[in-house]
Ligand binder design. Structure first.
Ligand SMILES: NC(=O)c1ccc[n+]([C@@H]2O[C@H](COP(=O)([O-])OP(=O)(O)OC[C@H]3O[C@@H](n4cnc5c(N)ncnc54)[C@H](OP(=O)(O)O)[C@@H]3O)[C@@H](O)[C@H]2O)c1
Length: 222
């Protein structure tokens, strides 16, 4: 018995490197695997190498229409998807100040938008990207004696949150439920975030850089 016997899996970017190795492993463990990539010859050679229980679908993860087509094909042919490895990605580097809009668009379209539309959880993904900026910039800006820190608020009583809640059906109820998940038992106030930001902005935090400060009533700790 393989660990993935009978499972239907999708590996985006499955024609090379990590994705190809994962697709091979998945098939070895008993799964039926769909792989994607933008280049036909690489896809064909991956299919040949793996040999069975594999289908390639050409497509760009940065193009939501390609993703729609891909998921429709999986649905049509297999009726479900059990495992998703959102692996497709590219590595391109440039230091702060040298990042062109073209570079930004191309890498975010693939690594962030592509992954997001493949898996779909937009808010957390954008916040994870921000957290990652802070980590990278900490090193990149240290010679200019610039400190970089990220603040991660929990649920804070703001017009933005209220709008979100009131746009849903049981807004008030939902606010209560959110507050109940906070170890401190309530929503935070904007000034509680402001004080933490002021601390990080001031010399009081002169030896603090690269952190993610959770000001969230304990939500992330439990
Ligand atoms: N290698 C590392 O050291 C390393 C470390 C940390 C994280 N990662 C991450 O691991 C993932 C795989 O990396 P790898 O080193 O295995 O890369 P790789 O050998 O270059 O393979 C990348 C795969 O993704 C596909 N791909 C790239 N852009 C795509 C797009 N827009 N739409 C669909 N498929 C696309 C490529 O096929 P096409 O080019 O034909 O589209 C290829 O199949 C990436 O997300 C990378 O950022 C890699």
């Amino acid at each position: 018995m393989g660990k993935l016997d009978g499972k239907i899996a999708l590996v985006t970017g499955g024609s090379s490197g990590i994705g190809l190795a994962a697709a091979k492993q998945f098939v070895h463990e008993g799964a039926y695997v769909f792989i994607t990539g933008r280049r036909d010859p690489e896809l064909a050679s991956a299919v040949k190498e793996i040999g069975h229980d594999i289908t390639s679908v050409r497509g760009d993860v940065a193009n939501p229409a390609d993703l729609d087509r891909l998921f429709a094909q999986i649905q049509r042919e297999k009726g479900r998807l059990d495992v998703l490895f959102a692996n497709a990605g590219v590595a391109r580097y440039a230091p702060l100040g040298k990042i062109t809009e073209e570079l930004y668009d191309s890498i975010f379209d693939i690594n962030v938008k592509g992954l997001l539309f493949t898996a779909n959880s937009v808010y957390s993904a954008t916040k994870a990207a921000v957290r990652s900026f802070a980590r990278t910039w900490t090193t990149e800006l240290k010679d200019r004696r610039i400190r970089v820190n990220a603040v991660s608020p929990g649920p804070i009583d703001t017009p933005g949150l209220n709008e979100l809640l009131s746009s849903s059906e049981a807004g008030q109820q939902r606010a209560k439920m959110i507050a109940a998940t906070v170890p401190l038992g309530r929503l935070g106030r904007p000034d509680e975030i402001a004080k933490a930001v002021a601390f990080l902005a001031s010399d009081d935090s002169s030896y603090v850089t690269g952190i993610e400060l959770f000001v969230d009533g304990g939500v992330a700790q439990v």
